[in-house]
Unconditional design. Structure first.
Length: 215
């Protein structure tokens, strides 16, 4: 067995082995409770992009919009009229950005594969959304620092990712089976992310975390 890598979410040492599935070894962090794939088994960029192209992210699909509303619905009442946002990790079909524009919020998008223009990352926003993206982060600690730096004081970060809850089901969990999912968060993991940075944290519904940077 390889030596435990530091946790990519909190940088803590001392991870314990959670599961081996062939060449894929998963670890559990004792500090923030994240579960993560060993770095040696991460997919390369070409594999990632090819897999994302299989996703059905039609901007006009009512089912997909309903799925994204799990984040949009609790976020919108917390935003001032006309608040400007960034959809980070927007994917090939930026439906959430379209939904928030329809609600009166100017939106920028960024995605390393499908909207790689770095210009939106030079601005700051009233809110940033990150839906079905955080589980793909190779370096979540750095990514959350970046997301916080993109926000104006008092700004909101909305994250949606499937929370891990049951170790006994981890081996058969559909979310783990996706070869591009490399880190898995419990609710308390994202609460740790917020607390470590001095952010307010709430989880208004399953698989959704809202974090607010200090005003």
């Amino acid at each position: 067995m390889s030596a435990p890598p530091p946790c990519p979410v909190c940088r803590a040492p001392g991870a314990t082995a959670l599961l081996r599935d062939g060449a894929r070894l998963y670890w559990r962090c004792p500090v923030c409770a994240a579960s993560f794939l060993d770095p040696a088994a991460r997919p390369d960029a070409a594999t990632e992009r090819a897999h994302y192209l299989n996703h059905d992210n039609d901007v006009d699909d009512p089912g997909y919009r309903g799925f994204l509303a799990r984040l949009a619905d609790p976020l919108k009442p917390r935003l001032a009229p006309g608040a400007a946002g960034l959809d980070y990790g927007s994917g090939p079909g930026p439906a959430l950005a379209a939904m928030l524009r329809e609600a009166g919020h100017p939106m920028a998008v960024h995605d390393p594969f499908f909207a790689p223009d770095p210009a939106p990352l030079a601005a700051r926003y009233d809110f940033v959304t990150c839906t079905e993206t955080a589980e793909h982060f190779f370096d979540p600690a750095a990514e959350f620092d970046r997301l916080g730096a993109l926000l104006h004081p008092g700004g909101w970060l909305g994250v949606m990712t499937c929370f891990q809850t049951d170790d006994a089901r981890f081996a058969r969990w559909h979310y783990r089976m996706d070869p591009t999912h490399v880190v898995f968060y419990r609710r308390e993991t994202l609460a740790w992310v917020a607390a470590a940075r001095g952010w307010h944290f709430e989880s208004p519904r399953k698989d959704v975390a809202l974090m607010r940077v200090p005003a």
